[in-house]
Design a protein around this ligand. Structure first.
Ligand code: VAH
Length: 318
């Protein structure tokens, strides 16, 4: 990777991955693009930034051609809960956006990173120790776009030689940007609530167990996968990766080790509960560990400690 385009660069992953990529490859070599105006702050201003709707194939190709990009980190997508609310738009953005990226990558010989998700699995998938290769019949439009995206990326690798690689991310926990429209967002919101109100009303039930990962590990996994010698890869789209698996009750108990007076209640959102209940509880990530030495750094205790420190500092600085 020498010259990268990051789509969805102001989103939950993009806002933390883009600055790390700029520190590794040089700000001028990481082109950030998003369909929303950049937030204030040094990241967008530190290098090239474009407003881009990934459904606009001509603008996408113009950016890639003008900057001679060799890699597209394609993060632009609607997440699970907002996608359920706008399924046709979710298909349009998540699938036609991805097809535009793959076509531009084919023409301009770019590698492509595609973030899939535990959402690519459905209620018929083994929920515990979910295998790398198993049944994938998701029941959400988000999951349908993710499993379709995995298959499309594999097709472009096999038929056109496009170097596509992807990860099935679990719920991601981040301190920089609030996630938008996901079913695992409770695991981010809870930290702000714990620090400001000492209480959180959780939209998932106490025992909803899901795989999760702290954003620094999610970023490290994407960079490590994209810089791995391709001869090591038996899989491509997309690797199961996880770092921890917990329920809202278990997360609340860990937060209480730092804020003893913190309390949690459950105000279930039936839409997001139905989505989360269709996903596996814990994935087997042995393929990623074997093929490119995936190793998470943050477990539940380390993540909670770091998140509380970072969110407290953020709230203090306004
Ligand atoms: C979502 N945060 O909730 C995303 C993610 C596994 C969940 O894909 O939609």
């Amino acid at each position: 990777m020498k010259k990268l385009l990051v789509t969805g660069a102001t989103g939950q992953i993009g806002a933390e991955l883009s600055p790390v990529l700029r520190s590794l490859y040089g700000a001028e070599n990481v082109i950030a693009a998003a369909n929303h105006p950049p937030p204030s702050g040094e990241f967008p201003a530190s290098g090239p930034f474009y407003r881009l709707d990934v459904r606009d194939a001509d603008s996408l190709e113009r950016i890639v051609a003008e900057h001679r990009c060799d890699t597209i980190i394609h993060l632009a997508a609607l997440l699970s809960a907002v996608a359920e609310d706008r399924p046709q738009e979710a298909w349009d953005i998540n699938m036609n956006g991805l097809l535009n990226v793959l076509e531009v990558a084919r023409k301009h010989r770019c590698a492509v990173f595609f973030p899939s998700s535990i959402g690519a699995f459905g209620p018929g998938t083994p929920a515990n120790d979910t295998p790398q290769d198993t049944l994938q019949r998701p029941t959400t439009i988000y999951g349908i776009t993710k499993v379709s995206g995995e298959l499309l990326c594999d097709y472009y690798y096999r038929h056109f030689g496009v170097d596509t690689r992807g990860l099935r991310y679990p719920g991601l926990i981040s301190s920089q940007v609030l996630p938008g429209g996901g079913s695992t967002d409770y695991a981010v919101e809870i930290f702000y609530a714990a620090l400001t109100r000492r209480h959180y009303d959780c939209f998932l039930s106490a025992e909803t167990q899901l795989d999760m990962m702290y954003m620094p590990d999610a970023i490290g996994a994407a960079i490590k996968l994209m810089t791995t010698d391709p001869s090591q890869l038996r899989h491509r789209n997309a690797f199961n990766v996880t770092a921890m698996s917990f329920t809202p009750a278990e997360l609340a108990a860990e937060i209480r080790k730092h804020i003893p007076e913190f309390t949690i209640a459950y105000a279930i959102d039936p839409v997001r509960q139905a989505i989360a209940s269709s996903w596996p509880r814990h994935m087997n990530d042995s393929a990623a560990r074997a093929e490119w030495d995936w190793r998470p750094r943050f477990d539940l205790a380390a993540m909670v400690q770091d998140m509380l420190e970072k969110i407290a500092a953020k709230l203090q600085n306004g």
